[in-house]
Design a protein around this ligand. Structure first.
Ligand SMILES: [Zn+2]
Length: 130
C-alpha cells in the first residue's frame, strides 16, 4: 500500500527542518504538545513519527510499502500499548482510526511525492512538481 515514509529529501528547505527518523520507515502521527505552534521549538506539529525509530521527521515521501492493512494496524496497536501506555481497547481503536488516516493520506498523493506537515495539513513541498 502507499504510505508516507521518512526521507531526507528537501531537508533544509525550511530552517527548522529535522529528520531524526530513519529514511524509509513508516510514519504516523505521534503525540503532540498542548499549545505547541507549527514552527514551535518542539516540532511535533510539523513532523510525523517513525514507527521503528520512534523519532520524528519534517520531510516525508509517498512510497509503496510491503505491509498489509492488518499488519499495520497491529504494529500501531502494539506501539500505542508499549510506548504510550494505552490499554488494549483504546490502543485498538486508535490504531483502527490511524490506519484509515494513513492509507487515505498515501492515496491522496503520488508515489515519490515529497510532503511536509503544517499542523493538521499534509501537503506537497514547494518545487517538487514540474
Ligand atoms: Zn511537542
Amino acid at each position: 500500500m502507499k504510505l508516507l515514509v521518512a526521507t531526507t529529501q528537501t531537508q533544509g528547505q525550511r530552517q527548522n527542518d529535522f529528520c531524526w527518523a530513519t529514511p524509509g520507515e513508516i510514519l504516523h502521527f505521534g503525540s503532540e504538545c498542548d499549545r505547541e505552534g507549527i514552527d514551535g521549538a518542539c516540532g511535533c506539529r510539523r513532523s510525523l513519527s517513525g514507527l521503528d525509530s520512534l523519532k520524528a521527521t519534517t520531510t516525508m515521501i509517498v512510497a509503496e510499502v510491503e505491509i498489509s492493512e492488518n499488519e499495520l494496524r497491529n504494529r500501531l496497536r502494539a506501539h500505542f500499548v508499549k510506548d504510550w501506555g494505552m490499554d488494549d481497547a483504546a490502543a485498538t481503536e486508535l490504531a483502527r482510526v490511524g490506519v484509515v488516516k494513513l492509507m487515505d493520506l498515501g492515496n491522496a498523493f503520488e508515489t515519490g511525492d515529497v510532503l511536509e506537515r503544517r499542523g493538521s495539513t499534509i501537503r506537497l513541498r514547494r518545487g517538487r512538481r514540474c
